[in-house]
Design a protein. Sequence first.
Length: 255
Amino acid sequence: MSSRSEDIPAVLRALRQAGALCVNEGPAPPAETTAASLAAAVEASAAQKAAVVYDVDALRANFALCNAAFASSFVHALSVKTAPLAFMVREAVAAGLGVECASFGECASALALGCKPEHVLFDSPAKTVPELRWALEVGITVNADNLVELERIEALIAERSARGAPPSASVLGFRINPIVAGGEIACFAVSTPDSKFGHPIHTPERREAVVGAFRRYAWLSALMVHTLALPARRCRCSPPEHARWSIWPTRSRRQ
């Protein structure tokens, strides 16, 4: 069976004709939400069989296009939440990409699958002290999501110094919310005043807090922003030469 992208529709039609694909929409949702009804729904869903087909040639081509389109100063990263599959992460790492993670588990998986620590980007909006301690120990890149996380990192750096540990190799940044637009899909908006992600900078006081953080913390060396993803036909700007990160495939972040 060929894996070329142009062959995929024919392959899927053949699988459906052979009865190998499930074409119904699955069981109806339970009328009431109880432990028993949820357990029954899970059991019914587990009985459904599905086939997920990936075009690895197209995936590798897209990774190559990212590398070719941006300056060498960029580190492109696969957003694990969009494709939490080991083979996908391995493909990204093999192509020279990093891995963007929203949880400790994703970070640990990325390292286990061969990603360099400096190319693992930890972006969770609610990092715990143990998670941050581990991140500094292994040297992954960390973006603090708020002022509280900055304070936690400062305390952990002091803790490392007190026990004689060497300085962490982690690049440490701060995520801001510029509040520029809601995007085309409202439920995915991350740059609105009520977003749970990043430190908002829509008032002079909040902007000054960002400037103050960089003055206060000598280890803070990066600024991260995630606004919205625009269709390619609407993009009219080029990345600044000093930008370092680009998140693929559904996120666009520059640090």
